[in-house]
Ligand binder design. Structure first.
Ligand code: ADP
Ligand code: MG
Length: 393
């Protein structure tokens, strides 16, 4: 149950509303190359415009480390957003201070202002009280729609809620509802799929999903470490030696639930033009590395997905960025899209993979949060959500 106030619970008309969005989008020479996150914030922004709010958007972009980094300016995002809204979006060159104040005060009902990158100030990540107060002073209400940053207690996600009535935007609500409701009382058969680079980032998610799911299918670099923990020689593959004892422990407790690859696509190098072949997991030639799951593994995993009622997927099955090693990831993506199951995808790279496969529309929910969705799947409370006002307050 989502028990936080949402924008529909607060009176926004003619009010200055500070909205924390996640506009941390990829830019190439001032052009937004993937606007998924901007699109995802539109329902909240449009609602506020339609209800005559004075909309003040703020976000971080990249890692400027508390300094002004011109390449990480949000100005191009203001232009892009203006195009999507077919309206003027004004821009303030600093998220606090005189210019921001003036710009905020100039707003008419239904106008939109985007503030410069909050992380140009060290106070943002430090959740500095003075910085948070300054930012909050621009507005009368606060809405958090930045699910992707909800796992961080920063000034613009948590600090400002000390000074302003705080509610959730539509995206925040949708993310928490989907992830939360699916995992609270999962429908069975529940099949979880995990992959990606490193197991150390994901051990707690692996453990939690193992508790809840009927099957956990593991691919990608994650599987390498589990395979090594089972005694196979992974040659030059990415294996996390420090994680081997934990991997062994998990395997012992979950022998029949956790499925590992039976064959792998191995290559002489981590490169698209490397020599490659598919081998059983016990026959990786020395000097080679595993970069994708093999055909037999794809079939095995697909057979477990058939008839599933709930599928949760985090982490690609291989190095999908390189076309010769993308087959496993895309085949699993297609298999998920074909099922009748409620399907939820979390993780930045997994979401990118599903977009690249053109299958986003066939998935019930593709989370916009990478780290946030992982922490949520671990069962952690997200500080950005906890800080919002309770529904009945
Ligand atoms: P997500 O962002 O979906 O949580 P991760 O960040 O954990 O996923 O992992 C994605 C990365 O894992 C991708 O860049 C991919 O290339 C890499 N990866 C997947 N399989 C392997 C592998 N076998 N060896 C090395 N890297 C891999
Ligand atoms: Mg990632």
């Amino acid at each position: 149950m989502f028990n936080k106030k949402t924008i529909e619970d607060i009176e926004v008309g003619s009010k200055r509303v500070l909205v924390r969005v996640d506009f941390n989008v990829p830019l190439d020479e001032g052009i937004v190359t993937d606007d998924t996150r901007i699109q995802a914030a539109l329902p909240t922004i449009k609602y506020l415009i339609d209800h005559d709010a004075k909309v003040i958007l703020c976000s971080h972009l990249g890692r400027p480390k508390g300094q002004v980094v011109p390449e990480l300016s949000l100005r191009p995002v203001a232009e892009h957003l203006g195009g999507l809204l077919e309206a003027d979006v004004s821009f303030a060159e600093d998220c606090i201070g005189a210019e921001a104040k003036q710009a905020a005060e100039k707003l008419g009902d239904g106008d939109v202002l985007l503030l410069e990158n909050t992380r140009f100030h060290a106070g943002e990540k430090a959740n500095d009280a003075d910085f948070a107060k300054e930012l909050a002073s621009l507005a009368e209400l606060y809405v958090n729609d930045a699910f992707g940053t909800a796992h961080r207690a920063h000034a613009s996600t948590v600090g400002v809620t000390e000074y302003l009535p705080a509610a959730a935007g539509y995206l925040m609500e949708k993310e928490i509802r989907y992830l939360g409701e699916a995992l609270r009382e999962p429908e069975h058969p529940f099949v979880a799929i995990m992959g990606g680079a490193k197991i150390s980032d994901k051990i707690d998610v692996v453990k939690r999903l193992l508790e809840m799911a009927d099957h956990l299918l593991v691919g990608g670099g994650l599987a390498n470490t589990f395979l090594a923990a089972s005694g196979y020689d992974l040659a030059e593959s990415l294996v996390e030696d420090e994680a081997l004892p934990t991997a062994r422990e998990i395997l012992e407790g979950a022998v029949d639930k956790l499925l590992l690859p039976v064959d792998l696509v191995v290559a002489t190098e981590f490169a698209a033009d490397a020599e490659k072949k598919t081998v059983p997991v016990d026959q990786i030639p020395s000097g080679w590395q595993a970069l994708d799951i093999g055909e037999q593994t794809i079939e095995l995993f697909k057979s477990k997905l058939e008839g599933a009622k709930l599928i949760v997927w985090n982490g690609p099955m291989g190095v999908f960025e390189l076309q010769p090693f993308a087959q496993g990831t895309f085949a699993i993506a297609e298999a998920i899209a074909e099922t009748e199951a409620t399907s939820i995808i979390g993780g930045g790279d997994s979401a990118a993979a599903i977009r690249k496969a053109g299958l986003t529309d066939q998935i019930s929910h593709v989370s916009t949060g990478g780290g946030a969705s992982l922490e949520f799947m671990e069962g952690k409370t997200l500080p950005g959500v906890a800080a919002l006002a309770d529904k009945d307050s």
